[in-house]
Design a binder for this molecule. Structure first.
Ligand code: CNA
Length: 278
């Protein structure tokens, strides 16, 4: 139900104030929103960082414009650029980051309500965050199907194709096979739509490593209650952060900011241990 709060929930707008709130007993449900910036330290490039981002490095794929590599209509005509990229990004090659382990720690402490992620790298699951807490808003590489007849395609065969940078084709109708990641021009999965009302239960929202430019995902940040503290952990300021009285902006690398926060929480050693175990 609706919670009653005073307009000033935090006693400061920095990591120590945040730590005091998290351990106060008043903060029971933490919601997270993740983007590609959470996984860059694992070695997976994000989309939009200048110089290192994928969009800055797609010239070799001969695309009309960078976003085309993830557009469904472009894929129907030419799936090769996507599979060239998929070969590099395929899950299995990468280890979860300390930021992922911090989220696991929140789950261990029964503080994690929902982890909404735009990432398709499955590092949340690999870090041991319980599956029922994760909403993969843009899908993942876990399954794949024919874009024409929608029949599922074999996992092992998919893996073989991707690792060789080859385009898999449907054994039934010959259509191109695409992993169940959401391309521009496609609907988001029902799991995402169904989880949106959960935002209203949040006592704290933490947004990490995203440019907040992809909608509808980005709009989740505005769906927590007006006095629910919101934290942005990112290299740059994004979205409308700063417009609410309980907005905390912690600029920097996710892993470094999260380590500072863990220190303020007294969870420093526990965090390092959780990370070593992954
Ligand atoms: P984006 O638009 O590339 O933005 C990334 C944001 O993270 C930027 O604001 C960066 O400044 C910031 N950033 C980069 N590195 C760090 C860091 N170490 N610490 C803190 N901040 C950092 O990516 P979004 O996720 O916002 O865009 C949504 C797209 C990207 C989704 O559809 C994803 O599927 C897609 N994507 C996912 C992956 C992945 O699964 N790892 C990789 C690349 C793109």
């Amino acid at each position: 139900g609706r919670k009653e709060r005073t307009s000033k929930v935090l006693d400061g707008l920095d990591a120590p104030a945040l730590a005091r709130y998290i351990t106060s007993g008043k903060c029971k449900n933490i919601t997270l929103m993740l983007g590609a910036g959470v996984s860059t330290s694992a070695g997976i490039p994000d989309f939009r960082s200048p110089e290192t981002g994928l969009y800055a490095n797609l010239a070799r794929l001969n695309l009309p414009y960078p976003e085309a590599v993830f557009e469904i209509n472009f894929f129907r005509r030419n799936p090769t650029p996507f599979y060239t990229l998929a070969q590099e990004l395929y899950p299995g090659k990468f280890r979860p980051t300390i930021t992922h382990s911090f989220i696991k720690l929140l789950a261990n402490k029964s503080l994690l309500h929902t982890c909404f992620t735009q990432n398709i790298d499955t590092l949340e699951r690999r870090a041991g965050i319980p599956a029922q807490k994760i909403i993969e808003a843009h899908g993942s590489f876990a399954k794949q199907r024919c874009i024409r007849c929608k029949i599922e395609f074999d996992d092992d065969s998919m893996k073989e194709h991707v690792l060789l940078g080859k385009v898999p084709k449907c054994e039934t109708c010959g259509g191109y096979v695409k992993p169940d990641i959401v391309f521009f021009g496609e609907d988001l999965p029902p799991e995402f739509i169904n989880a949106i009302p959960r935002l209203a239960d949040s006592d704290l929202l933490i947004v990490l490593g995203t440019s907040l430019t992809v909608r509808p995902f980005a709009s989740l940040a505005g769906m927590v209650e007006k006095d629910c503290p919101r934290v942005l952990i990112n290299l740059e300021r994004v979205g409308d952060f700063g417009s609410r009285s309980n907005d905390v902006i912690l600029l920097g690398k996710c892993d470094e900011v999260v380590r500072d926060l863990a220190k303020a929480l007294g969870w420093e050693e526990e965090l390092e241990r959780a990370w070593e175990e992954t």
